[in-house]
Design a protein around this ligand. Structure first.
Ligand code: HEM
Ligand code: SF4
Length: 578
């Protein structure tokens, strides 16, 4: 007997192509919220309804409804936008949002604090610079990522072309977004029934869960290819010409505390495809997941579980069948790191690029003489003749700068505190948003990680390890938005002020971490890591990364793939206290 469909499946199928009652809900003035069903549907339009959790107590005491506001996420394939678009984004952040912009771990912008009455104006401003938020959240193909700088080499340009092609090809066809957010007056005046169009790739109920695609160019794994449902790894010949792509399937980060049937998983390489077949592969993989994915249990609905359930061989055969190709055996490649490389670089064509470190992706003007990130980037956008590239590590590249423009940009960046020298640990740190906006957060993340990093910097310094690149990531809950299970030090919120500590994920993003200590607070984290740093300082081999060391030295077991993520956890070796 077929299993009962989950509630969201009925909702999607009955939503008239994602319309629900959003139009009515947006016009309902007495409340800042929308109905619960519409809250699910609005994700497909790139928005989450949230409330300011810092204000909950006070508002409840005053018998006011929660301080509702939307988070709006923009769809920007490959994270590439031009200066005009940057200025529009800056305008939205200052005029409709909370005065900041958030660069995300998936190469795009988020705005927080957009109240309901400003939501349409926000989307229209995006539309005026040819941007939108369609499919930025929801059970659908999300923003597609590409290795960060398309100007760096021909291979990067091809990665971007594939990213854009996949993004365009997998876009939903529904007209609901334009109708609700842009043309609503016209629709209301005309009184016309909404037009339902053919949705050939998605059908009436879209996908079982989110679907995430990325394109990598070795040796950099800056987009964390193994964390996503579908990935492409560029295979180049010695002259740097693209031969094709290794295809990965079945990566994903989310899990639930205490439920070992849920786990993060690194993707598997299912084969190699020729450049001309890559788009067919994307369509095949997504439609297989559409048809085979578990629509009865959302905690088992991601493609990673469908790969575990059916096996890689069955998937390979079905991809071949649907795409009308034969995937070849994977080709060799090497990744060396996941993070970004900061500072100035020069592309093959002699143009200049400046990669800026933005702590936790938060662009704002800090008070008390702190860095003026928002103003600085706005001033740069006014004179910049290239593009901006958001990276998958919450940073931004001012890309494609002409030789003539470089000194002026260098000056603006320095004047506004955009080029400060962060420590090696901080440069490799990422935190998800969490409190106060994220309704799922169990603990602080973005607001706390900088403090923890300062404490750990002190410990690393004491052991002479200040210059060591160690990847550290934190999230406020186990959903894993900042990919903590792929960090050498991963911290996942358990409850207020408490975290699970994971260790041992590979520096190049190819191996996940393992739970090392449970439910630790600030002092617990520092005191647990300090002796490990001491041992690393004493016993490490040349160029050995911290994560490889803790496994070799026997402190923690290695995770080989998702299914063994929950096995063999905990500290495996007593730590010598210095
Ligand atoms: C079931 C799992 C997940 C759920 C329910 C979820 C939900 C959310 C929510 C509600 C936010 C908004 C937080 C805010 O801005 O206030 C968010 C942020 C975000 N999520 Fe997730 N998320 C999940 C997993 C993931 C994973 C695995 C990734 C990436 C690999 C991801 C990528 C992001 C990104 C890029 C942001 C923006 C902020 C940031 O850079 O941290 N999410 N997520
Ligand atoms: S990891 Fe959890 S707390 Fe952090 S943004 Fe994602 S859903 Fe929210």
């Amino acid at each position: 007997m077929a299993k009962e469909l989950s509630r969201n499946e009925h909702l999607k199928a009955g939503s008239r192509q994602l319309r629900g009652t959003l139009n009515e809900g947006l016009g309902f003035e007495p409340s800042g919220a929308i109905s619960e069903d519409d809250q699910q549907l609005v994700k497909f339009h790139g928005m989450y309804l949230q409330d300011d959790r810092d204000l909950r107590g006070e508002r409840s005491r005053k018998k006011l409804e929660k301080a509702f506001a939307f988070m709006v996420r923009v769809r920007i394939p490959g994270g590439v936008c031009n200066p005009e678009q940057w200025l529009a984004m800056d305008y939205i952040g200052r005029t409709y949002g909370n005065g900041t912009m958030r660069l995300t771990t998936r190469e795009t912008f988020q705005f927080h604090g957009i109240i309901k009455s400003n939501a349409r104006a926000t989307i229209r401003k995006l539309d005026s610079v040819l941007l939108n938020s369609i499919a930025a959240c929801g059970d659908i193909n999300r923003n597609v990522l590409a290795a960060s700088n398309p100007h760096q080499s021909r291979a990067h340009a091809m990665a971007y072309d594939l990213c854009k092609a996949v993004s365009d090809h997998l876009l939903p066809k529904t007209r609901a977004y334009r109708e609700i957010w842009i043309d609503n007056e016209k629709v209301a005046e005309g009184g016309a029934e909404p037009v339902e169009v053919d949705e050939p790739l998605y059908g009436k109920a879209y996908l079982p869960r989110k679907f995430k695609v990325v394109v990598a160019v070795p040796p950099s794994n800056d987009i964390d290819v193994f964390a996503h449902d579908l990935g492409y790894i560029a295979i180049l010949d010695e002259a740097g010409t693209l031969q094709g792509w290794n295809v990965t399937i079945g990566g994903g980060m989310g899990m639930t505390h205490g439920d070992t049937k849920t786990y993060p998983r690194t993707g598997d390489i299912v084969g190699f495809c020729k450049p001309g077949d890559a788009l067919k592969v994307a369509e095949a993989v997504m439609t297989i997941q559409r048809d085979w994915g578990d629509r009865s249990n959302r905690a088992h609905a991601r493609l990673k579980y469908t790969v575990e359930d059916y096996g890689l061989d069955t998937w390979r055969k079905e991809i071949d069948k649907r795409a009308g190709i034969t995937l070849e055996d994977p080709k060799p490649f090497t990744f060396t790191h996941t993070g970004d490389r900061y500072g100035w670089t020069e592309g093959e064509d002699g143009r200049h690029h400046l990669t800026l470190f933005i702590e936790n992706g938060r662009i704002k003007d800090w008070a008390d003489g702190g860095p003026q990130l928002m103003t600085g980037l706005r001033e740069i956008a006014k004179i910049h003749d290239g593009e901006f590239r958001m990276t998958a590590n919450q940073n931004v590249i001012i890309a494609n700068i002409s030789r003539e423009n470089r000194p002026a940009i260098e000056k603006l960046a320095a004047e506004h505190g955009l080029t400060w020298e962060a420590s090696a640990l901080r440069r490799n740190a990422m935190a998800c948003v969490a409190l106060p906006t994220c309704g799922l957060a169990l603990a602080e993340s973005e607001r706390y990680l900088p403090t923890l990093v300062t404490a750990l910097e002190d410990r690393l310094d004491a052991h002479g390890l200040s210059d060591k690149d160690i990847v550290i990531r934190m999230t406020g809950c186990p959903n894993g938005c900042a990919r903590p299970y792929l960090a050498e030090i991963g911290l996942v919120g358990k409850g207020p002020g408490r975290y699970n500590l994971y260790l041992g994920a590979a520096f190049d993003g190819s191996r996940m971490s393992k739970l090392y200590a449970e439910d630790v607070d600030h002092d617990g984290i520092v005191n647990t890591l300090d002796p490990l740093f001491a041992a690393y300082a004493r016993e490490r081999k040349d160029d050995e990364h911290f994560s490889d060391f803790v496994i070799r030295a026997g402190y923690v077991a290695a995770t080989t793939n998702g299914a063994d993520f929950h096995a063999n956890t905990g500290a495996k070796r007593a730590v010598a206290v210095a």
